[in-house]
Design a protein around this ligand. Sequence first.
Ligand code: GDP
Ligand code: ZN
Length: 462
Amino acid sequence: MKDWDTIAAISTPMGEGAIAIVRLSGEEALSIIDRIFITPSKKKMSEVPSHTIHYGNIVDPKVNEVIEEVMVSIMRGPKTFTREDVVEINCHGGIVSVNKVLQLVLSQGARLAEPGEFTKRAFLNGRIDLSQAEAVMDLIRAKTDRAMNLALGQMEGRLSKLVQGLRQHILEILAHVEVNIDYPEYDDVEEMTHHLLLEKATYVKNELEKLLRTSQQGKILREGLSTVIVGRPNVGKSSLLNSLVQENKAIVTDIPGTTRDVIEEYVNVRGVPLKLVDTAGIRETEDIVERIGVERSREFLNKADLVLLVLNNNEPLSKEDEQLLEVTEGMDVIIIVNKTDLPTNLSIEKVKQLAKDRAIITTSLLEEKGIDELEDAIASVFFDEGIEIGDTTFVSNSRHIGLISQAQTALEEAIDGLNSGVPIDIVQIDLTRTWEILGEIIGDTVHESLIDQLFSQFCLGK
Ligand code: GDP
Ligand code: ZN
């Protein structure tokens, strides 16, 4: 374990009445707390057992003034998150008093932690690897239960173990290659090596493929099924968003084309994480402000995993409706015929014809009808794609996905080389590269600048 200065930060989101924690980590954490914390029995925190909690007052030693009544947790390294001595001061909250405690801690020699610095220390001290550190970040940002479970699995080291196992296989292959290079005169060694190499390399390649196949689902679990609501102005897009979100974040109005900004909401529909995007509709228009919305709609449409296409039962199918049905062909689309409480002027036959095999749901968002059926349809889009959490290790982070496909390419080159009789030391280069690329996932072979960049994305106090 390396010695660094002692860092401190407020490590809980602040709010009126909530508990806030000032966390310290480092060599001086215990001596700092001893200077500013007084328990009724005058216990020394540097002498109490590890992993214990103590009641007392935070006192400014300069003026002998009580700042805050607190509970203090003492956790000695290496059995802590950072592997250093960690002290947590639990304050009753109130932004002012928590900040006062933090200021006092800083005046006693601690340094304000940079964003992610606690997690970075955990990584640098070998407590967690890089993919686990990234999971901490995912956990903070998780918008849905599933995303959280995914992050937890990764934090526990599921992906790390898998990647480490594969790297071990590659090392074994490399060892065989060494034997071959060292004893080229033995024919049987070469033959055996060749056979073994292919077998092992193919095994690793298949494992990498399996992992990559989870990436689409993994990304959805982590980021939500990117869902775009499209339709002409006034068909009920915002109403749909609202009824799914069940709170009124998007503005619902009677004026066509008033939802001009793209609004994002996260919702859980039957356990399916949706990232909902409401757009201003894909209508050609002379109105500049609305055109920005239209262009962005197209952009979002291209990136969508699921499209909710809203039509108006009360109006005949328009050219724009037809265009939307056309543009979204081949995508996962649910067609929603809304306003069924109003007289029917829409030819459902024509919609069916244009819909081809896409699902059609009828709703009256005004009367809250058809929403259950819609949610069923959304869930079936998701589950039909075979999402099952079970024991599967998902890869969900773009950085990891990129590295795994790079590793796969390098390995394919090695296998091709083996099959076409390329000199073994060239194959060795591809294999070594595969090993190194996989190492970047867990942080074994990664550059310092990348580490700094990754950790700087963290929230303060983590
Ligand atoms: P958007 O422009 O597509 O986002 O449409 P809005 O959600 O803003 O809805 C436009 C208008 O249609 C509002 O006055 C809504 O109250 C109304 N509306 C939405 N759904 C229904 C429905 O099912 N029936 C009726 N009668 N009106 C609806
Ligand atoms: Zn709207």
